[in-house]
Design a protein around this ligand. Structure first.
Ligand code: DX5
Ligand code: ZN
Length: 215
């Protein structure tokens, strides 16, 4: 599968409505929303009211990436705000299985994110419960960083696990995606690419989204 999730973190917040309308008109499959709490990651982005506002005008499903501690406390709020997919970090959940059930019980998609240093093997006993896995290909917290090359082999290893377990889990990759990286990620087995600065800094974000889908 070749799906694209533009990350709003790189959008112009002075005209957020226009940016969401642009994504509506594009071939994007999701709108990726990066929520940062200044504790789990060294940056603060935006939260529930912004996601609610985006949801009111977005025609694409919201892919909400929670870079926060204690995500279990806020699952219901992000569901109410309009999330179609909720991603929690492996590193932020002591009781990951419980949080995943909490998300799935709301009837939306559940996803787990791994930081660059966290091995995919740690997902072996939960992979069949997951709709998606988000692999960080930069250290979370900021857009515009350089892609970490080790991610390719993590995608390959995760794909092997998914096939071996006969699971339908999709693989999403987040951070430093451009045409060159994106092509190799799709070849390695990625299904969804998150792209922030590469899309929003482009002369034509709409054409860039279309081109990423055709890699
Ligand atoms: C980083 C965020 C990413 C970020 C990607 O913590 O999770 O979604 O927006 O931005 P780029 O594509 O610029 O690396
Ligand atoms: Zn993200």
């Amino acid at each position: 599968m070749k799906l694209i999730a533009p990350s709003l973190l790189a959008a112009n917040f002075n005209k957020l409505g226009d940016e969401v309308e642009m994504i509506n008109r594009s071939e994007a499959d999701f709108v990726h929303c990066d929520v940062m709490d200044g504790v789990f990651v060294p940056n603060i982005s935006f939260g529930i009211p912004i996601i609610q506002a985006v949801n009111q005008i977005s025609t694409k499903p919201l892919d909400v990436h929670l870079m926060i501690v204690n995500p279990d406390k806020y699952i219901h709020d992000f569901y109410n705000a309009g999330a179609a997919v909720i991603t929690v970090h492996y590193e932020a959940c002591t009781h990951l299985h419980r949080v995943i059930q909490q998300i799935k019980n709301l009837g939306i998609k559940a996803s787990v994110c791994l930081n660059p240093h966290t091995p995919v093997a740690l997902l072996e006993d939960i992979i069949s419960e997951l709709d998606m896995v988000l692999l960080m290909s930069v250290n979370p917290g900021f857009g515009g960083q350089l892609f970490i090359e080790n991610t390719y082999q993590k995608v390959t290893a995760l794909k092997e696990m998914i096939l071996r377990r006969n699971s339908k889990t999709l693989i999403e990759v987040d951070g430093g995606v451009n045409f060159e990286v994106g092509e190799k990620l799709y070849e390695s087995g990625a299904d969804i690419l998150v792209a922030g600065s590469f899309v929003f800094n482009a002369d034509s974000p709409i054409e860039t989204i279309a081109a990423l889908k055709r890699l």
